[in-house]
Design a protein. Sequence first.
Length: 314
Amino acid sequence: MAWILFSAANGERQGLAAADVIFGKVDPSGHLSFTWYAGDGELPKMSDYNLTPDRTGGLGRTYMYFTRTPAWPFGFGMSYTRFRYSHVRFSRRRIAASGTLRVSLRVTNTGRRPGATVVQLYAAPPSVAGVTLPKEKLVGFRRTRVLAPRHGQRIAIAVPLIPALRMWSAQRGREVVYPGTWRFRLARSSADAIRTRGVQITGAIPPSIATVSLAPPALTLQPGQTLDLRGRNPWLDGLAPTQDQTEGDTIVSAVRRDDSFVDTSSAPLRFNSDRPDVLRVDANGIVSAVAPGVATVTVTLAGASASAPFVVAG
């Protein structure tokens, strides 16, 4: 069988490592972290940065959208031995988007040489009218230890669904986990499935606060100066997308778990200064410089907080 030994970004021992694989001292267990296309004719022009087939003349890019047959698919890898996957278990057939799906299986070396492999888990979304979604996406993987012939290992992959399945919805202006039946595939590569299971995903990403930021336009004040922390930061003016400039260009900004902005102009923000004798801040977010020194102001919203140091110059 013909094969290619591919290696990249190695150090000074690259030659020795390659020799160990070529002469059989070490079993190759790496898998491609990219799609190896058969030729540039399978791809759009280099000046075309789109990924989806509907934007690239039906071609698509990456394993998530590619419509042709590549020379070697994403996740592909060869070995001097063989592996059997068995006793596959999915923890749930129906689960909320905020939950964690757990998949377990046993991997057995059925060949004559010691070796390791990488178990991969992909998820294919349901069809959504008017939305172009990827064919699948890698949501988890685990490498086995080096297994002696006829020996096996129990592997478990935990998939927190929100970070694994979330996708940006331009129509909604936020990240979503599309509800419906997702097809989870245990595989040797993106093109070589071992077991497929449909899992019903329900619910949505909770709208709770993920992060708060505090970006004052000035951090040095003179005694007697004031600053409204509920105002806009002129340094950020125009940097946020047009639809988000009301929330994204403010001194205090907050983002929900679905990556949507919070309107902080009316949000119940709480402000605090660790040194009121140097810098005071009232309940409305008005900072007043009192005396020379250094003070830290903290803003809190729904349990998430951010801080900024201020210098009051004498």
